[in-house]
Design a protein around this ligand. Sequence first.
Ligand code: HEM
Length: 442
Amino acid sequence: MTPSLPPGPHGNPLFGSVLSAAKSELAFFSELGRFGDLSTFRFGRKRFYFVNHPDLIRKILTSQNFVRTSLSRSLLESFLGHGLFSQEGEAHLQQRRLMQPAFHLKRIDGYGSIMSRFASRMLDSWQDGETRDISHDMMRLTFEIVSKTLFDADTGEQARQVNAAFTSIMRAINTEYPLYSVLPSWVPVRRWGASRRAVLELQRITHSIVQERRASSEDRGDLLSMLLMARDEDGTQMTDAQVSAQTLSLLFAGHETTANALSWAWLLLSRNPDILRKLQAELDSVLGGRPPTFADLPKLKFTEAVVKETLRIYPPAWYAERAPLTDTELGGYTLPAHSPIVISVYVTHRDSRFFDQPERFLPERFLGVEDRQLPAYLPFGAGSHLCIGNRFALMEAQLLIASIAQRFELALVPGTEVTTRALITLGVEGLKMTLRRRTPAS
Ligand code: HEM
């Protein structure tokens, strides 16, 4: 007879596995992966399921019967308004259709020059021999890029205010979210949260930017103009409130993830000098000392492989939750409707069943291989919530790595203890690196 529950840790009778997860979420989920493709655990009285097989993960992400859990939706809605992260079904599809044109290749090409320009501006301020907090620099750079591409905002007062409010919100999301996940679902999470003032401030600013732009009817060639002009087949346009919410969602999703990917790449490159040399050789031979452009990207194959391999080892969106709408069969078990299911591509990407020598940083594994030939590779998710900014992010990471690695070599300060921050996104802190200016071979 099939047991009614998949295997999993027993945990503490009262708290379940909360304490083990609190020690290290990454170690906890990696351990769960060893129980098999589907396992279960408790946080307090709440039962969760954990899935660690690409077929099951794809089944969940591409099925309409699985939606984001109500907790993750209501929390993200309280921070970001009613944007893509809190919508499901027809409403979500309609908004995505309206936003899609902003991510067409034609538009993204134009963002490439903004990315290169902002990278050059940062590099011009870097000094040979200085030590910098690189994760901080990457966060600032990607925020500037997303603000420019979204709002056409350079370093103006509004961008500064948006950045300040956003920093408090990100800090709050990151610290409050794990707490809410163990609370019963009737707790009114929206009314809590130290970040409420920052949320209101951010909503006020984005709303006024949207209204001003709508009134001017000017196409500034940025994402905001695209969102305001977007029309569905039946002529439906987004309301100002919808544009504000989607703009916030894009700001939220569009800078911290890419910044984390870049920070991890610098750490991996500094620990793997042979890979760094190969990267520098490619940059020198393709670019011959001039700044990279969008047109160079197809030739920067090794740079692209460095980005993809970084996203495999340290996927910034390392954690997702879904719940079935009805009682559902999965992996030989019946999961009750609304049971929270955790997916962590961090664990799947490091499973030796799917990747050879998974702990090693080997960009070569991506050379001459299409992503679809690697079914367990899911850094951008899958299905209806597949990252809408995946091409934007890949291009940005490739361009920024090329721009920076061409002009500087980054070495971790000896004795530095970096820490992994596995909250909403997977980040690295304390990344103190020394810069050495290099002269690209032309
Ligand atoms: C390396 C960088 C990035 C990674 C690893 C990443 C990863 C992801 C993943 C895994 C999801 C799906 C989450 C889920 O299934 O619950 C997602 C959704 C999303 N991403 Fe990204 N992302 C990145 C960069 C970006 C950028 C640059 C933008 C926009 C400019 C963006 C916008 C979005 C949006 C709006 C969603 C929600 C889509 C929806 O629910 O329909 N992301 N991202």
